[in-house]
Design a protein around this ligand. Structure first.
Ligand code: GDP
Ligand code: MG
Length: 445
């Protein structure tokens, strides 16, 4: 995300970074560029004005102008102020006090913002990372199929969903849902509510009634990051009426500008606690202002990358895999497993951008691993017999032809993929035995 903004800021800083002593005129020039970059990214103009003012004042201080690496200091000030703009410290979600449960959350926001999807993602996240037993409540009785959508999510996740159809008021559904959670010993209740295309009084009244009735620990406002300034205005209105507790910013994966992420905190004074980064149920991440600032400046976000990898990879399994590589026992089953892990970590170009400096490497920003290629490789492996997957040496020309047919791929493609697999396997075994000499196929990994 944020390609445009990152590129512009990096351009603005490129001359400055290398500078030793920085003059007042340098600071002025850079801040003019930063201001334009932020406005172009759809950041709220008041937020931009205050931001630029603060950074300029700090950059014109003695320490910066007098120092030998003034350029870097200015970049650091920008980084710190971006972090502050997005809330500074990470803010944790609120849970009920021990013994006072269940914890009650209300999802609010406009139609299409991602409330229902995020309810599912959040339930999944809380079970996985907070050891909770969540339950979801279907209180959107207006949108056709909204109840079905939540029930389907619940089934996929194996998390219970409470519903009463669409003839009962949302207030009553929410109330009964919370009661049910108590009876069934579920410790978190997530109430999915209705949205509208635009803010309207009837909706707000209803949400207010639900709020008053169940007294939630958090009222999450779910906003679509791709809508930029509109998202900020929506947040402002919801906050005024409902006094929301925090924001979840969805569709960050599709947001190239970053205006919502950068403005929403300082306009509403409410923290962003999570971001949605894709359509999958794993694509929800806690929001860390400092990491986001690093990402915006193209300095990478290695911590999030490591956390994502840890989520996908079971440590014991990873060790086992390393051992297999070392002993040259790595086979096509392992290959498929690792391909799936890579796919689950998100688009390859997103992963690369989180590695510090990667966005500066020419060509890297455009690097794409086509999901289709992965799907094709998978199809080829799945057309192998279990014995062939474990022992690629069995793969005679005759067998390869059968596999090509079974996977609807070219025989040439099958041959190429098997060859690459063998080369990589050999290389991995050499590398993990400490011998780095001759690394055929490295460019293909
Ligand atoms: P609601 O009307 O607020 O309940 O919105 P939904 O949960 O039904 O979501 C609307 C659409 O946005 C669905 O197609 C979701 O898959 C999609 N969506 C939600 N969150 C994200 C996200 O973080 N990234 C992407 N790419 N799509 C999302
Ligand atoms: Mg919904």
């Amino acid at each position: 995300a944020f390609e445009g903004l990152t590129g512009r800021l990096q351009d603005a800083f490129s001359g400055l970074r290398k500078k030793g002593k920085v003059t007042e005129a340098d600071v002025k020039d850079v801040m003019r560029e930063v201001r334009l970059a932020l406005l172009e990214a759809d950041v709220n103009y008041k937020v931009v004005r205050d931001f630029v003012k603060t950074v300029r004042e700090k950059s014109l201080g003695e320490e910066v102008l007098g120092s030998l690496n003034g350029g870097q200091q200015v970049v650091k000030i920008v980084n710190d102020e971006l972090t502050a703009l997005m809330g500074g410290e990470q803010e944790k979600i609120i849970f009920a006090e021990p013994g006072q449960g269940p914890t009650i959350y209300m999802m609010t926001g406009l139609q299409g913002a991602g409330k229902t999807t995020t309810a599912g993602k959040l339930a999944n996240y809380l079970r996985k990372h907070e050891n909770k037993k969540p339950m979801m409540v279907a209180a959107d009785i207006y949108r056709p199929a909204a109840i079905d959508q939540l029930e389907t999510l619940g089934r996929d996740l194996d998390i219970p969903v409470f519903s009463m159809g669409d003839q009962v008021s949302p207030v009553e559904i929410a109330e009964k849902g919370v009661q049910m959670a108590k009876d069934e010993n579920r410790d978190v209740v997530i109430i999915d509510t209705a949205g509208r295309l635009h803010i309207d009084e009837t909706l707000m009244d209803e949400l207010e009634n639900v709020k008053q009735t169940v007294n939630p620990h958090e009222i999450f406002l779910v906003v679509d990051a791709m809508t930029g300034q509109d998202a900020v205005n929506v947040a402002d209105s919801f906050n005024e009426r409902l006094n929301i507790t925090s924001v979840i910013l969805t569709k960050l994966d599709g947001d190239t500008r970053g205006g919502a992420a950068l403005s929403i905190r300082s306009v509403t004074n409410k923290p962003i606690k999570f971001t949605g980064t894709g359509e999958k149920l794993e694509a929800l991440e806690p929001f860390y202002p400092d990491r986001m600032a690093n990402r915006i400046l193209g300095m990478g976000d290695i911590l999030t990358l490591i956390e994502r990898a840890q989520q996908e990879v079971d440590e014991d399994r990873a060790n086992e895999m390393a051992e297999k590589m070392r002993e040259n026992r790595y086979d096509f089953n392992d290959f498929i497993e690792q391909m799936d892990q890579m796919t689950n970590m998100g688009p390859m170009e997103d992963i690369l951008k989180m590695i510090p400096g990667m966005s500066n490497v020419p060509g890297m920003a455009d690097f794409q691993m086509d999901p289709k290629d992965i799907a094709h490789m998978k199809a080829i492996v799945l057309s192998m017999t279990p014995a062939e997957r474990e022992d690629p040496d069995l793969l005679s020309q005759k067998r390869r032809r059968r596999i090509a047919k079974g996977s609807a791929r070219d025989i040439a493609e099958v041959n190429r993929m098997i060859k690459q697999f063998k080369q990589s396997k050999e290389m991995m075994s050499k590398m993990s035995n400490g011998n780095m000499g001759g690394m055929p196929g490295m460019d293909k990994l």
